[in-house]
Design a protein around this ligand. Structure first.
Ligand SMILES: [Zn+2]
Ligand SMILES: [Zn+2]
Ligand SMILES: [Zn+2]
Ligand SMILES: [Zn+2]
Length: 800
């Protein structure tokens, strides 16, 4: 997803392997990125571009006039099945292929408004009704949509407007009695019914609260940092020869304190699983729901009511505002390149978007930064002449026996580090660490993109640029300016391997009545956050990161003492991977050897194998010890077994659990429970009680029982699963928070009031530490709590 699709990647790697050794050597030994780019791009042949173009065509992002009807019918089918969410997404797909001001578009919007109405999303439903009307909703169907509008207004408590809509509707009936393929009787009945509802509501003295306003700007840093934008004054930027740039605590920090709050400088939505490249005819349209259908392509907010780009069927937004902003900033250039960008992958897409954000007219700025890089190495000085860092954004360096102050890379002349393009540019590309073929691959992707830009929509890109630039850019050979641009994009592509930040969200899967039974972290987008990038990695970090829209918030997840380094995890976390796997991953992707405390102790065999992957004795259940051959740790027990035997048993077991999970997701509850119980018996005979697989089994059983409405059993299983999660991730980990959230819901649904209240409190405590007060799960917990408190009768005091 980050890198180009497999076909293009292997095409380029093969091309590389067939190059004469001498030419490979020129690329390998090129000293600067601009040499790498120039040498590589001169090797991009027209036939390569033809091949790439053919691949790109596999991703159809245009508008297809046959699609709206197809998706509308698919949507109607889901609507009949009462699957309103999927129906809404299918109508959205229909909208994205429709031309503005056509019946196709208006009908798709109108049908989507019906799905949203059933989902209780009245505000959004009203918006869709207006959209349907502005795109030419047929006169003969008006009563249908007007009724829905009135229903929404009633539900929202906007009674005046509801009355108005009803009387408009009545008037239009008397004006043209022929109105409608519409059985006017049923409309009349509906109208009478609605009027009664309005009356009832008006009789209620209570005024209806408008939709709950949710302020997202709830996160506040304790005090803005003067040296480091988007950070609290509890942290400070430092630098040393080994660690490079890093952040330390300037005072004692308590768990949950927000330390950095930064909007992505750039982000690109992950398309999710793409359909196979060469689809056969007929399966051109697909009804699968991906991230690209559910989240705004600019601000990443979740929405079922997307507004599509006028030019393509791929880009979709939460609102007209996001659409226009994206168009002005980058999408007018990206729109005609949709298929190509999907083929070249997210990293290449980000590289392009970054340069578009900076603005082509600012190419001189990029050139200046490039020149600085080639003249004086912006990379951290690696020699021991580096002495120490100070808190003013200046470092001190020893030169000819004298101490000289130099600015920390990325800081401005005053030593301030800001979340701007200069800071992005200063992130390390690790040019010397990437393999020559990787650099070749990236360079060719970038030059193919440059050539497409020249050929296609150059007009749009250079709006605002002077005409000489335009002429130069349109020339068939890469002109110097485009080279500068290409070199900048290549630099960004290489930087992304170490500096890309995944923007994630928690997606819930429910099985019945909206009860959450599973949750998983999904990657929504990839972005660059210049300040967050300053944090070094640790396999047992002292912070957590959470996202609202494109804004990242880093919070302390534990107490951090004054002077201690602030670290976060780049992915390889000690609770998810063994030390060897972590080290390998960090070395190959990030080019460093991790020396964090977790790696240090595990690397020296000081820590035993974690309990969540330990085996136990089949006769006495004591822990098994040893390497190739394991023997029982209890004195007097002679049990011993080969590790590979246990490993293959574990593999079989995992397969069985997988089958059970499949049954579960297909709704085959009883067979799922049977299968899981069998797995559980097997697991208990050779796995430790806190083994991850045992947790998965308990979790599956909890889901199945919840789906059957047996809340009590479900809670018992979930509590067992919770113990495993606690052993693996720790009692105040975010993973624990999500599990507690599920448990709270189970208790809530089983009306176990005291258990529910105490679990809600625990869940709130843990989650707010990691995700802050505006997290969706915390909001949900608060709702549950107030509902329970309403239920519990308040003790009546003695009347005096
Ligand atoms: Zn948006
Ligand atoms: Zn578009
Ligand atoms: Zn480590
Ligand atoms: Zn034993």
């Amino acid at each position: 997803m980050d890198l180009p699709v497999a076909e293009w990647k292997s095409y380029l790697l093969q091309k590389w392997s067939l190059l004469p050794k001498s030419i490979q050597a020129t690329v390998s030994t090129a000293e600067t990125l601009s040499d790498v780019f120039l040498h590589s791009s001169s090797l991009l042949q027209p036939e390569d571009e033809v091949f790439l173009k053919r691949l790109s065509k596999g991703y159809f992002v245009g508008k297809d006039s046959g699609a709206p009807l197809f998706y509308r019918e698919e949507g109607n089918e889901k609507f009949q099945e009462k699957d309103y969410t999927v129906a809404a997404v299918l109508y959205s797909k229909g909208v994205s292929h429709s031309r503005p001001n056509t019946e196709d578009m208006s009908l798709c919007y109108a049908n989507r408004s019906a799905a949203l109405f059933h989902l209780g999303q009245y505000e959004t439903c009203l918006k869709d009704i207006i959209r349907a009307q502005t795109h030419g909703y047929p006169e003969r169907l008006q009563p249908k949509i007007m009724l829905r509008k009135a229903e929404c207004l009633v539900a929202l408590g906007r009674l005046q407007e509801a009355r108005q809509t009803i009387s408009d509707l009545e008037r239009s009936f008397t004006a043209s009695p022929t109105l409608a393929d519409f059985p006017s009787q049923s409309v009349q009945r509906n109208l009478r019914h609605l009027k009664m509802k309005v009356q009832e509501k008006e009789d209620l003295t209570e005024t209806f609260p408008a939709a709950l306003a949710k302020t997202l700007e709830g996160v506040d840093l304790r005090e803005e940092n003067k040296q480091l934008s988007n950070a609290s004054s509890s942290v400070s930027l430092c630098m040393d020869p080994v660690k490079g740039r890093y952040l330390v605590a300037t005072r004692e920090i308590l768990p949950g304190e927000p330390l950095v709050k930064e909007d992505a400088f750039v982000s690109v939505l992950n398309p999710g699983e793409l359909p196979p490249l060469h689809h056969s005819l007929g399966s051109k349209w697909n009804t699968r729901v991906t991230n690209a259908d559910l989240y705004c392509h600019r601000c990443l907010r979740h929405t079922l009511a997307t507004v599509p780009c006028d030019g393509c069927s791929y880009a979709k937004y939460c609102s007209q505002e996001c659409l226009q902003q994206a168009w002005g900033l980058y999408h007018r250039t990206e729109c005609p390149l949709g298929g190509l960008l999907l083929t070249l992958g997210v990293f290449c897409h980000i590289a392009l978007r970054l340069t578009l954000l900076v603005g082509f007219e600012d190419v001189s700025k990029i050139r200046k930064l490039c020149d600085e890089v080639s003249n004086k190495d912006i990379c951290l000085p690696e020699s021991s002449s580096w002495v120490k860092t100070r808190n003013s954004g200046l470092g001190e360096i020893e030169k000819n026996g004298k101490i000289v102050e130099i600015p920390i890379p990325g800081c401005d002349v005053n030593g301030k580090y800001e979340s701007n393009y200069q800071a992005v540019f200063s992130l390390l590309p690790h040019t010397e660490n990437h393999s020559p073929e990787h650099k070749f691959l990236c360079a060719l992707c970038v030059s193919a993109l440059c050539r497409q830009l020249e050929a296609a929509s150059f007009q749009a890109v250079t709006t605002g640029a002077n005409s000489s630039q335009l002429k130069a850019a349109a020339a068939p050979e890469l002109c110097p300016d485009v080279t500068v641009w290409g070199v900048a994009m290549l630099r960004h592509m290489l930087q992304l391997q170490c500096n890309a930040q995944a923007i994630t969200t928690i997606q819930h899967t429910g099985c019945k009545e909206g009860i959450v039974t599973g949750s998983r972290q999904v990657r929504l987008a990839t972005g660059i956050f210049p300040v967050v990038s300053l944090l070094n990695h640790s396999c047992s970090p002292n912070t957590s990161v959470s996202f609202i829209s494109t804004v990242a918030t880093i919070r302390a997840s534990q107490r951090i003492g004054k002077g201690q380094e602030i670290v976060h995890c780049y992915g390889p976390h000690k609770s998810r991977m063994g030390v060897a796997e972590r080290q390998q991953k960090l070395r190959s992707q990030y080019f460093f050897d991790c020396t964090c405390p977790a790696c240090h102790s595990e690397g020296h065999g000081m820590a035993a194998r974690p309990r969540w992957e330990a085996f136990c004795c089949s006769s006495c259940r004591a822990p098994m010890q040893g390497d190739d051959v394991l023997s029982c740790g209890r004195r007097g027990c002679a049990e011993s077994v080969r590790r590979d035997h246990l490993a293959s048993r574990l593999q079989d077991l995992r397969q069985q659990v997988g089958m059970a999970q499949k049954l579960l997701s297909d709704g085959e509850l009883e067979p799922a429970i049977q299968q899981l119980s069998g797995c559980q018996r097997d697991a208990e005979s050779f796995l430790s009680a806190e083994h991850a697989v045992l947790g998965e089994i308990e979790d599956g059983l909890a889901q199945a029982c919840a789906a059957l409405g047996d809340w009590q059993k479900s809670a018992t299983h979930l509590q067992n699963s919770l113990r495993v999660v606690e052993a693996r991730h720790g009692p105040s980990s975010v993973e624990m928070g999500h599990e507690l959230f599920k448990l709270a819901q189970i208790f809530f649904n089983g009306f176990a009031v005291p258990e529910a209240l105490s679990t809600i409190q625990k869940a709130e405590e843990v989650l707010s530490l990691h995700c802050g007060p505006w997290d969706d799960e915390i909001q949900e917990l608060k709702k549950m709590k107030s509902c329970l408190l309403d239920l519990t009768p308040t003790p009546v005091g003695p009347s005096v």
